[in-house]
Design a protein around this ligand. Structure first.
Ligand code: SF4
Ligand code: SF4
Ligand code: FES
Length: 233
């Protein structure tokens, strides 16, 4: 198998090529581990759980953002690159600091009420998909407004916010909505890239639409007028 790695080294990208023999279809992470163990110990990449849980191993595989640990290489050649939309650090490692900073500024942690409320199954069902988020950052890597540098909270942040916003045990409901204003939820163009590429099926665009609806309903933002200019009237 021919493996091409787009590596970030000393301020610029370089593509390095490697040849490896495999039986069957290895995962991208297995390929990276073999290169590091047998051919180039200086290679840097992130991975921990090897089971789609820790969210650290996101890379671009043949042009598509994937988790390295749950993506198998099809064919005899593969191109592996760092994820888009984050500052590169070394080789395939990028900085997720912007993602964590967004979560800190939106205070996405749970603030329990004094009384001991139960979470009913129907309430839990509302947020269970969003709770599956492993913060891999892939949705942000494929989000056009973020890639264009717009001031937008982004799909991963709104997915995390949604889990606490819909939780009746959280005491900061209305306050949270007000705090979401600077995150410009209406910058989402509803392209659904985040839904398509999320490796955990979290459907970020759906929660963004719901959050936008809540902000409109409460009068914090105006409903966006639809742009039908492309129809010519
Ligand atoms: S649907 Fe919205 S949040 Fe998701 S990728 Fe498109 S613009 Fe970004
Ligand atoms: S919503 Fe999906 S793609 Fe986005 S960070 Fe969470 S798990 Fe990753
Ligand atoms: S190594 Fe943990 S998600 Fe891939």
């Amino acid at each position: 198998m021919k493996v091409k790695l787009r590596r970030y080294r000393e301020g610029k990208f370089e593509t390095h090529e490697y040849e490896l023999e495999f039986e069957g279809k290895p995962t991208v992470l297995e390929v990276l581990n073999r290169i590091k163990e047998e051919l180039d110990p200086s290679l840097s990449f992130r991975a921990m759980c090897r089971a789609s849980i820790c969210g650290t191993c996101a890379v671009k595989v043949n042009g598509e953002h994937r988790l390295a640990c749950n993506t198998r290489v099809e064919g005899d050649e593969v191109l592996i690159e760092p994820a888009d939309g984050y500052p590169p650090i070394k080789d395939l490692v990028v900085s997720h600091e912007s993602l964590y900073e967004g979560l800190r500024s939106a205070k996405v942690w749970f603030a329990p009420r004094e009384e001991n409320l139960k979470l009913m199954p129907e309430e839990l069902r509302k947020t269970s998909r969003a709770w599956d988020c492993i913060l891999c950052g892939i949705c942000n890597s494929v989000c056009p407004p973020l890639l264009e540098g717009q001031d937008f909270g982004g799909p991963s942040l709104f997915t995390k916010v949604y889990t606490v916003l819909e939780d009746p045990r959280d005491m900061r409901g209305e306050e949270r909505l007000v705090e979401l204003m600077p995150l410009n939820v209406q910058s989402c163009v509803h392209c659904s890239n985040c839904n398509l590429f999320c490796p955990k099926g979290c459907m970020p665009e759906r929660w963004i639409t719901i959050i936008e609806g809540k902000l409109v309903q409460k009068g914090y933002i105006q409903k966006k007028s639809e742009d039908f200019g492309f129809l010519g009237f």
